[in-house]
Design a binder for this molecule. Structure first.
Ligand SMILES: [Zn+2]
Ligand SMILES: [Zn+2]
Length: 135
């Protein structure tokens, strides 16, 4: 079981089973919402369970083309990711309290990365999103 929470602790969740991927998202929306980039944990939607703080979660759709709504805590502003996003959960790894064991393998949306931020590791880079990369 992997537990997670927001900064103030009002929102709590847990993940059972093994996540599918952990990647760094460099899209312009993560840059604004999470600071430079976000580490994103993805897995099967059925494995994700919100245990506390449903009423504290605010949602924001970043534009008409945004596939999912970004979730964050109303009280502390912590990014929580898209949470339930169809068949998958997309969680901001910054909200995890436990080690998810899985390690990052991929940088996504690198085309949107700011020029002032340089990726210095050897992980695979993808200009688009994770779903595009998978298929
Ligand atoms: Zn909070
Ligand atoms: Zn992003």
């Amino acid at each position: 079981m992997i537990k997670g929470s927001c900064l103030c602790g009002e929102v709590k969740f847990e993940i059972s089973g093994e996540p599918e991927s952990l990647s760094y998202c460099h899209c312009s929306r993560c840059r604004k919402a999470a600071g430079v980039f976000s580490a994103v944990l993805i897995g099967k939607a059925d494995d994700f369970r919100l245990t506390e703080g449903q009423e504290q979660i605010a949602k924001y759709r970043a534009g008409p083309d945004a596939k999912f709504e970004r979730c964050f805590c109303k009280q502390c502003g912590s990014s929580l990711g898209d949470m339930a996003a169809g068949d998958i959960y997309v969680i901001a790894a910054s909200a995890l309290d436990d080690d998810p064991v899985i390690r990052p393998t991929l940088h996504i949306h690198t085309a949107s990365k700011p020029d002032w931020y340089e990726i210095v590791d050897d992980l695979k880079k993808c200009e688009g999103d994770y779903i595009a990369e998978k298929s």
